[in-house]
Design a protein around this ligand. Structure first.
Ligand SMILES: Nc1ncnc2c1ncn2[C@@H]1O[C@H](COP(=O)(O)OP(=O)(O)OP(=O)(O)O)[C@@H](O)[C@H]1O
Ligand code: SF4
Ligand SMILES: [Mg+2]
Length: 441
């Protein structure tokens, strides 16, 4: 049985927050809603995001990081049953992940169910207090702050939840749901709350006159728009979107993704975008991190991840999606079937966590954890045998860096190199897999 040690820290980010001064610098305006209608039915047959969406979001390689996550960990204690409940283990839900979210950009987080995506989002919004690591945001380490110290920062990091049916209080009107944070945090004077709520409803493509209706009077897509309006209320700088469209019909998904793109452009808000749907992530996120059992196994720009993935898990994941299969595996190959179940995060495999399901696993994979190694300008991978599909090397590429032999045993006198193994962002130089030398631009 598991228990969350942070139960007392679980406060919805929109309900706690800043007593910060009025922010006049990033006012919300309804212009973003002009590009799409508030009606949800574009046609009879389902349309994909690629068909109905705006152009895919672009990468700005020079954008500074708004959020820097370094070696982040979340271990949930597992307690024994009975009167005296002892801690008998830990669920290693997130185990030492590092990444950057660029200002105004979006990082996608993908991976199978249970790999730690939502936990990562909940750590960033500080619904959970991390077991370890840091999350730097505007000079503050969100991981270390007390709940009281977090208050002024909560408005800056907000969350859009997956399920528009359960994330809105059915007993409150839309006006109350969207307006409450404005009142509680005195973002606008009381007599201006209604007009601001209406403005926000217009921003997300809803009829501003519907502020006095209840959630059950709206469709799924419209409810998700209400959730987005609520997340925007406090003018956040980072939005964690946890499966924001997966509960919606395909055609409506495109409209909501369009809305999120418009909002991102207009308000310069950065996204951590969590999703199962690799086609949607490809559209929305110029940069993508792939998680497996609490670890990031590969991270890179969209082009690299979808066209030249180097981790066997990413290759398998992409091969299962018809829409992206061609780019990922050259179009002619069959789906790569992953054998077995995902192991338990309470007792994960030694060395590489993917080894129990990996067709390339060798002795070294059980002995030594592969570091998340930068192998390109914007590409990191954690695999001893990293390589393009069909071109995985016969011998491990990490031995010299780690000071081990091909079986993973330490080489006497060898000096392991720590360079390029741990920083959250990208270095200007990287490890070239072919020459086994450091290279750069
Ligand atoms: N509060 C908690 N207490 C104990 N274990 C937890 C808790 N929350 C999550 N876990 C465990 O942590 C692991 C990661 O869960 P998480 O919800 O982050 O996965 P996910 O990648 O979001 O999955 P999904 O795609 O199904 O939403 C899972 O094994 C889950 O059972
Ligand atoms: S390190 Fe080994 S087990 Fe892990 S993905 Fe690479 S080849 Fe597979
Ligand atoms: Mg989840």
């Amino acid at each position: 049985m598991t228990q969350d040690p942070n139960a007392d820290a679980q406060v919805a980010p929109t309900e706690v927050g800043a007593n910060a001064a009025e922010s006049g610098e990033r006012q919300l305006t309804p212009e973003a809603s002009d590009a799409y209608a508030s009606h949800e039915v574009p046609g009879d047959r389902p349309h994909s995001v690629a068909e109905l969406g705006h152009a895919a979001s672009r990468l700005d390689p020079d954008a500074p990081a708004v959020l820097t996550v370094d070696n982040l960990k979340m271990y949930f204690p597992v307690r024994s049953s009975g009167v005296v409940r002892r801690t008998i283990g830990h669920v290693q839900a997130v185990d030492g992940i590092s990444f950057e979210v660029p200002k105004g950009g979006s990082l996608g987080l993908v991976g199978e169910s249970g790999c730690g995506k939502s936990t990562t989002g909940r750590l960033i919004t500080r619904l959970y207090k991390p077991t370890g690591g840091s999350m730097m945001f505007e000079g503050n380490d969100l991981a270390k702050l007390s709940n009281k110290e977090m208050k002024p920062l909560r408005r800056d990091v907000q969350m859009i939840f997956q399920d528009p049916y359960t994330s809105l209080n059915p007993r409150h009107t839309v006006g109350t749901i969207v307006g409450a944070p404005l009142e509680v945090h005195k973002i606008v004077p009381k007599n201006q709350v209604l007009s601001r709520v209406q403005e926000l409803l217009e921003v997300v493509g809803l009829n501003p006159e519907h502020y006095n209706r209840y959630p059950n009077e709206f469709s799924g897509g419209q409810r998700q728009r209400i959730g987005i309006a609520r997340a925007l209320t406090l003018n956040p700088k980072v939005l964690v979107a946890d499966e924001p469209v997966s509960a919606l019909d395909v055609s409506i998904q495109a409209q909501v993704v369009n809305l999120l793109q418009d909002i991102q452009r207009e308000f310069d808000v950065a996204f951590l975008f969590i999703a199962h749907d690799l086609a949607i992530v490809r559209h929305f996120c110029p940069e993508i991190a792939v998680m497996y059992l609490g670890k990031i196994v590969e991270i890179g720009d969209r082009e690299t991840i979808y066209s030249r993935p180097h981790h066997p898990y990413t290759q398998a994941l992409l091969s299962a999606v018809p829409d992206v299969k061609q780019a990922a595996v050259g179009g002619r190959r069959e789906r790569i079937r992953l054998e077995g179940d995902v192991p338990s995060p309470i007792n994960p495999p030694s060395g590489c966590r993917f080894r129990t399901r990996c067709q390339f696993a060798q002795e070294i994979c059980a002995k030594v954890e592969p570091p998340l190694l930068q192998i390109g300008k914007r590409h990191k991978v954690a695999c001893h045998f990293a390589g393009e599909l069909g071109a995985h090397p016969a011998t491990p590429v990490t031995t010299e860096l780690l000071g081990v032999d091909d079986q993973g045993s330490p080489v006497p006198g060898a000096t392991p190199s720590n360079t390029q193994l741990t920083i959250p962002g990208y270095e200007k130089t990287w490890y070239d897999l072919h020459t086994k030398q450091t290279t750069g631009v």
